[in-house]
Design a protein. Sequence first.
Length: 409
Amino acid sequence: MLHINGNFQKLPGSYLFAETARRTKEYGIAHPEREIIRLGIGDVTQPLVPAVIAAMHRAVDEMGQRETFRGYGPDYGYDFLVNAIRANEYASRGIDLDYDEVFISDGAKSDVGNIQELFAPDALIAVTDPVYPVYVDSNAMAGRTGDWDGSSWSRLVYLPCNAENGFEPPLPRGPVDVIYLCYPNNPTGTVLNRRQLQRFVNWAKEHGAIIIYDAAYRAYVTTPDIPLSIYEIPGAREVAIECCSFSKTAGFTGTRCAWTVVPHEVCGLNDKGEKVPLNGLWKRRMSTKFNGVSYPVQRAAAAVYSPEGQAQIRTVIAGYMENARIIREGLRGMGWDVYGGKDAPYIWLKLPDGIDSWTFFDRLLHECQVVGTPGVGFGPSGEGYFRLTAFNTKELTQRAVERISKWRL
Ligand code: PLP
């Protein structure tokens, strides 16, 4: 009989959101008269903007006419979208990407997981801690992370980010092969400036490591001079792969469209010690295992770059960031230690000493009827912290902050 991939059984299970949902539901059933406000949502809540919808409709109509019908698309994405991304996301910031360095996909989640098919089975991985769990779990499935001891993996290098180090991850203390960086960060909502990112690029070059840079939240940056792409950093083309997405930029979480950049310079070693460009390997992987994002969705994504599309998505993002401001300033005004929420839709609260993040979750739910996410669910260094998100209406966000202001923890 088939032997399964035993690494799946080492995974601790997707406890975090299942457990927050279970506790919230249980509370709701016991107290149907109380209004629960959800600030734990990691998904957009506003609809697709009109420019995107119009482009999608037109493309759907094209698919219904013999003359304009399209079957399989190009493996790496349609020209019109690849070129729109090169021009609007990169050339506009002084970054020149070749046409065949940009790969259109159905999501940054798929790409940050799938990219590790290019890595050796024993590649050593480093992640910032707390972290978007997909980087960890996908490598655990491939058997790279050792064993789970109930709070951490034995063969994963954690780079702790906390209030003490200003959420700037330390450089790995020993050699690693791959470093996952996500900025603006989920869950802490913090960013790295040029100098801080340059340290990582320099370290990667010196130690032969590569960086997987997840910039899914780049559209939320408001602080001037924070890099939106790692390729704004000198030397990054030699060591970094960048994953981006229309999900949070333009509300495509349910529509699915993203891109990954693999510069020609990024290389790994083969068994003979020769350098092999990862761009060619990723092309091979994509053409073998992926048949592209649908034509109407790629047309919809390209419409994000029209002048109307840009104005419309900017309005939506500004609405989310107004919610982030309400939470950040509201809680700070009450004396909480609050991080993030300026360049990302996530606000990261430091909890008072002695209260763990699950206890805080329960008390916030039971006493304020507000739902967030316990920091420990994002990694061991998340203990003692709590994530709130800006993905709700302004009215409910204000009401949640008001309830917290009247609360005595
Ligand atoms: N990367 C980060 C850091 C995220 O937080 C998320 C979604 O929450 C994703 C990637 C997923 O992006 P996509 O919808 O493009 O798969």
